[in-house]
Design a binder for this molecule. Structure first.
Ligand SMILES: Cc1cc2nc3c(=O)[nH]c(=O)nc-3n(C[C@H](O)[C@H](O)[C@H](O)COP(=O)(O)OP(=O)(O)OC[C@H]3O[C@@H](n4cnc5c(N)ncnc54)[C@H](O)[C@@H]3O)c2cc1C
Length: 373
């Protein structure tokens, strides 16, 4: 097993947890050869994506430029995707087929949207992830809706992301395409599973007030739109999918231990249970000791633990990430208004939006104030 004096550290993906490593490296120069492999130079901050759709933020306000961050940290960037990992041989494979050796590896590549049931909708379908693809496509939807009377946009997914997308889309289209229709489809599991009844009630009332129809059924994509398990068929111009997470397919080709769904299994120190020189955090991992929801909150809070465990002196004990029992969720609802959900408690108003805006901007200032090249 390698210790933290190992020379070559590879960071795969510039996800929320890796940002802590880049920050720590910028603060103390280390005798390590660190490489970040990322498909693009920007890391989108999903918390501000609905605000961007609704027109409250520019794109640059919602994304972190990894280039200057890496430069400050003395980290080399390779703009590519990782396509495979041979952890036993300490090698990662890039999209072009080449291999790179590592002594330690930190994996933070997020998750994909599970669109299996919607695939038949073809070009109408737009999954919210990868976020970079989504932000490139969204302005086209607004443009198409502006040019067509009676444009219908369906959002599939009743979790926090789907709810926020529906509210944001409604707000954006109401300004530009008055006759556009936004529909939200939550699955049989219902609206906002895991959130308190009070939050669900608030969301239902606001959906109604904003003219967003809500269906609770399984949706199956077809060439015109979606077929619901209730028997109804809904035609759609475009379908936004926020239908829950699944791990990236290429992870199945690695020798890392994974859970039954395919997520990389880690212990409380975020270390792979099969390969101790590999660490993982964020959506890509599954903890063996506790079930964590796949949300940015845990990717962000696990970051400093990950940074410590990868960068601390070899004789320093590794830290555990101890998630809080309750996480705060602030759901943007279109205009500068939001709903707060914290355990059994909920609240809403313009002040919740200002609170969310303050938290999000504070997070971005931590990483995003470096001048762009
Ligand atoms: C609309 C929306 C709103 C959300 N709002 C919230 C919220 O308010 N609060 C909250 O807690 N959660 C929220 N979430 C969930 C949150 O986005 C995710 O849980 C979070 O982004 C996970 O962070 P991560 O670091 O695991 O991965 P990501 O943030 O997805 O980062 C992964 C990075 O890895 C890169 N990558 C991917 N594949 C590869 C590869 N093969 N090789 C190299 N790099 C790769 C990607 O380009 C990306 O930069 C929201 C999600 C959505 C869709």
């Amino acid at each position: 097993m390698m210790n933290s004096n190992s020379q070559r550290l590879i960071l795969v993906g510039g996800g929320h947890a890796q940002l802590s490593i880049l920050r720590a490296l910028a603060q103390r120069k280390m005798d390590r050869e660190v490489t970040l492999i990322t498909p693009g130079r920007y890391q989108m901050y999903s918390g501000m994506l609905p605000g961007w759709m609704a027109g409250h933020y520019t794109l640059d306000e919602c994304r972190i430029d990894l280039l200057p961050l890496a430069e400050r940290a003395g980290v080399r960037i390779i703009q590519s995707r990782v396509a495979g990992i041979d952890a036993a041989q300490h090698m990662v494979q890039l999209a072009d087929g080449s291999w790179l050796g590592f002594d330690q590896l930190s994996l933070d590549v997020g998750s994909e949207i599970d669109t299996a049931r919607l695939q038949a909708a073809g070009a109408r379908l737009l999954p919210v992830k990868p976020l970079e693809h989504f932000v490139a496509q969204w302005p086209r939807i607004v443009q198409a809706a502006t040019g067509k009377s009676g444009y219908r946009l369906i959002v599939v997914g009743g979790g926090a992301a789907g709810v926020e997308l529906a509210f944001a889309a409604r707000h954006a289209l109401a300004a530009r395409a008055r006759n556009a229709e936004v529909i939200l489809i939550a699955s049989d599991h219902g609206l906002l599973p895991g959130h308190a009844a009070g939050v669900k009630r608030r969301v239902r009332v606001l959906l109604q007030q904003r003219g967003i129809a809500l269906y609770q059924a399984q949706a199956l994509g077809d060439e015109d739109g979606v077929q619901l398990s209730t028997g109804a068929h809904l035609a759609a111009d475009r379908i936004l999918a926020a239908t829950g997470a699944r791990p990236a397919g290429w992870l199945a080709q690695t020798d890392l231990a994974r859970d039954e769904r395919g997520y990389v299994l880690v212990d409380a120190r975020h270390r792979s249970v099969s390969h101790p020189d590999v660490f993982a955090a964020g959506d890509v991992c599954a903890r063996t000791d506790v079930q964590l929801p796949r949300s940015g909150v845990h990717a962000v809070f696990a970051g400093p633990v990950l940074a410590h465990n990868l960068l601390a002196a070899s004789d320093a004990p590794l830290l555990r990430y101890r998630p809080r029992h309750k996480s705060l969720y602030l759901l943007a609802t279109g205009p500068q208004h939001a709903i707060a959900s914290w355990g059994a408690l909920s609240a809403q108003g313009g002040w919740v939006w200002r609170w969310k805006n303050w938290i999000d901007r504070r997070f971005m200032r931590k990483y995003g104030t470096y001048p762009a090249r």
